[in-house]
Structure formats: C-alpha cells, structure tokens
Design a binder for this molecule. Structure first.
Ligand code: XIL
Length: 458
C-alpha cells in the first residue's frame, strides 16, 4: 500500500514539473504557429558571394517558422539610404542576387524574418564592396602602330555608318567584304550581275583612303545555284567563268588592290583538289585559268591563293605550296598567299605559325593573314568570357601579330580581322555556341585581344 502511495506522489510531482516548464515557455517572446511556437528572430549566417563590379549574391540560414524574409540593401550602416528595389524586399527563399549596383561601392545588407505576420528585428548588417571597374584597354588605333603593313577588317555594306563606321575609320586601312564580293551575291542569276553592295564598299573605302582586298571570285561555298546546275556545255561554262572574272575584275581595276581569285581549293588532310563544279567543268587547270583571266583584266592587281588550316594541315599546305611553285616556274601569275587564321587560344603554337609563314615568304610571295579570329571557347566550357580566357586569347593575338610583324618587309601585305564585334562573328553560327573571338565586345568596348595586337606590334 505504502509503495502504491509512493508511486502516485512521484507521478503527481513529475506532472507539476511538466506544467511548470510549459508555462515558463509561453512567455512574451516566442510565437505560437497553430500548435507550434517559434522564436521571432532575424536570420543568422548571412553570407555574401559572387561579388562583381555591379552585383553580389546574399544567402542566409532558415529561421524556424518564417513565412518569408525582408531584405534591405543600403548605402549606409543605419540603412537610411536604401537601394531600390531592395528595401524590405520580400523573399520566400534563402538568397537573392543583388544587381545593377555601382562599382567600388560599399553596401550593407540586413534581413528580418516574418513569422505569423510579425516582423523580427533586423539582422546586423553585412558589409560588401563591389569590385572596381578594370582599367580601360588602350584605344591606340591599330593602323597607326602597324606601319609596315595594312590593318584589315571584314565588313558588310550595312556596317558603313554609325559606330561601325567610326571604328573602321579610326582603326583600319584595308577592307575585305565578309560575303558581298562572292559569286552568289555578285552574279545571282545568269547574265545578271549585281554590284550594288560591292560599289558601296569600294566607294566607302575610296572615300576613307582604305585598300579593298577582293574576296573571293571563286569559292565552292558561295557558288550560286545556277552555276552549280549550269545547263550549257563545259565550253560554255568556261566562257561564262571567264566573262564573270573579267567583268568583275575590270570593273574595279585600280580600285580593288588584290583578289583572292580561288579560295579553299584543296581538301583537308589529303591535299587533293576539292571536287567542285569548277574542277568538274573546267579540268584540273581551272585555277591557273582563273589567275590568267584575272591578270588579263587588271595587269596590276595582286593575285592571291587563300585557304584555312594552313598552319596545322601540313599535307594541304604542301599541296597548295606545290601548286604555287609550279605557277612560279611556269609564269602563271600569282603574287600572294592567304592564311585564313581561324584559330583558337589553344593553338597553333607561335613557332608553328612562324615556320609555316616562312615557307611562303621564302618564295618571295606576299603573305596575308586574311581572316584572323581567335576562339576563346573552342570546347564550349564557359558561358561568359572569363578574365583568364581573355588573357590567353590576348596572348595568342599578340603571338600571331609578332610573327606577322617579323616576316620580311617585302612579304608584308595585311593582317585582316574577320569581323568587328564578338556577337557578329560568323563563328557563333558556324560552331553553334557562344564565343568571343574578336577585338570588340557587343558594346563596342575594346577588349584585351586588341591590346594583344598592339603589344605584338611594339
Ligand atoms: C564566311 C562569312 O563570315 C559569313 O558571313 C558567310 O556567311 C560565309 O562565309 N572562310 C572564308 C570566308 O574564306 O569567306 C568565310 O566567311 C569564312 C571561312
């Protein structure tokens, strides 16, 4: 019996303790959320990351029971000078990106929790300073520094006004039409030439004291359909090509300084002649014929052969150089050789560029680096141009320029960049992903790549 009473009093005693503890917890601070009770406190663990010139990210720890948070970003620690829209900005998650800020500026971030419609106090402000704007790249004009050869740019007739025009006139003294001096544009249908866009480019160049490099009379990838499917005999085909070349070259005699007469005539790897309608209809000496017609139409124009992968494809380059050697030996007119130079920051190496360039200059030919662009994202593994990649790209632009600048003066002709702004580069479509291969960004800002060329000319 005594035992029974003892057990009962222990039970009552424990019950009283539980009631006491529960009543202590229902003081003023804690909130009840239905059945639950939460501390009305601001979030802890506020962390700032990804700080840039104009933005940063802020994240915080979850507060038990918080329905949402209110984030305030201000220019002062007292949070009086708030940054719109980050004043009590409501956020359900545990982080936000704060954007559109000023560079080199200190900001304070404070956050409160809202629990059951009630606001906690504000957290202690976290402090962050945005990065400073990088020093602008020097705007020294390329043509003023390249004194022994022309600085060229690929252009479109739609680029001859506005900001493009300003950059062209400041920096360049040679123009290549990016696509408007190709056969599909100049000779769109049988018997009907259309030189309107060429005229615009040539007039512009003349008005601004610039050379025009003609590109390209014959190119398999810009052959109009009516030529691909030419209905006449082979003899008529050849007459048509002769007429096209002579009409075009003589029209611009004395105004176009040079022509890529045939572009990309050899297959990759094997160095065989590419199987084009010109080869099939005119025979394996079609290139020589085109060169002779060009010379007949303009005795002073400079005649170029132009191709890609000339640094890395030894077999293809070997075939092209062998053709040129044969032309020189037999007095077929040829003056120069174009290395397109669509390359990447990873290669080819400076020494390989130099040794292959020497093969051309040793023959006393003009050498044109004719379509230079340097991919910064060949493996598609970055989504914006990083500082590191921009530096590596700049280094490659510098190397290419150093090589070109140190070839013998009598072989110097032009260094031509294939496009103005990154977002306009043909490579974006060609490879189907983002890259930044050129000297200006979309806002016409001068990139480090441009400085690389300047340094290569020092
Ligand atoms: C490209 C142009 O950049 C594009 O605008 C056009 O649509 C296709 O041709 N080799 C050449 C250049 O010789 O003519 C090519 O230019 C790029 C590859």
């Amino acid at each position: 019996m005594t035992n029974c009473i003892n057990h009962f009093s222990t039970f009552i005693y424990s019950l009283l303790i539980v009631i006491f503890v529960l009543s202590c917890n229902s003081g003023e601070e804690p909130m009840t959320g239905g059945e639950m009770m939460f501390d009305l406190v601001p979030p802890s663990g506020i962390e700032i990351s990804a700080v840039s010139e104009t933005s940063f990210r802020v994240e915080w720890n979850r507060v038990e029971g918080a329905e949402y948070y209110e984030v305030t970003v201000a220019r002062d620690m007292q949070l009086d000078d708030g940054v719109v829209p980050y004043i009590d900005l409501r956020e359900n998650g545990l982080g936000i990106n704060v954007i559109n800020l000023q560079s080199s500026t200190t900001y304070y971030v404070s956050i409160r929790s809202v629990i059951n419609g009630e606001e906690s106090s504000l957290s202690n402000p976290a402090e962050v300073t945005t990065l400073s704007e990088p020093d602008p790249e020097p705007d020294t004009a390329l043509k003023d520094v390249a004194t022994t050869f022309a600085m060229g740019m690929a252009v479109r007739s739609s680029w001859l006004t506005g900001q493009h025009d300003a950059v062209l006139r400041r920096e360049y003294n040679s123009l290549t039409a990016e696509f408007e001096m190709k056969m599909n544009i100049m000779y769109p249908s049988e018997g009907r030439f259309d030189f309107s866009r060429v005229d615009a480019i040539v007039d512009y160049a003349e008005a601004n004291d610039m050379h025009v490099h003609g590109h390209a009379l014959i190119w398999h990838a810009a052959t109009p359909d009516w030529v691909e499917n030419f209905s006449g005999t082979d003899e008529e085909f050849e007459e048509m090509v002769e007429d096209y070349i002579k009409t075009t070259v003589s029209r611009y005699q004395g105004r176009v300084r040079s022509w890529d007469v045939v572009n990309e005539a050899f297959d990759d790897g094997s160095g065989n002649l590419r199987n084009t309608v010109f080869l099939r209809r005119m025979g394996s000496d079609y290139i020589e014929k085109c060169y002779r017609w060009t010379r007949e139409a303009d005795p002073d124009v400079l005649i170029f052969y132009n191709d890609y992968n000339m640094v890395i494809d030894d077999t293809k380059r070997g075939a092209a150089v062998a053709m040129i050697d044969d032309f020189i030996a037999r007095d077929v007119p040829v003056d120069g050789f174009g290395f397109q130079m669509h390359i990447s920051y990873q290669g080819p190496s400076k020494s390989k560029i130099a040794s292959t360039a020497k093969e051309i200059t040793d023959r006393g030919l003009l050498l044109h680096f004719s379509e230079l662009d340097i991919r910064a994202n060949p493996n598609n593994n970055i989504s914006s141009l990083s500082e590191e990649r921009a530096e590596l790209q700049k280094a490659k632009y510098k190397e290419v320029t150093e090589v070109y600048n140190s070839i013998p003066d009598q072989s110097k002709f032009a260094l031509t960049i294939w496009g103005m702004r990154d977002n306009e580069s043909w490579l974006l479509d060609f490879w189907g992903h983002i890259d930044w291969p050129l000297l200006y960004d979309e806002q016409f800002n001068i990139k480090k790549a441009h400085t690389g060329i300047l340094e290569g000319l020092e």
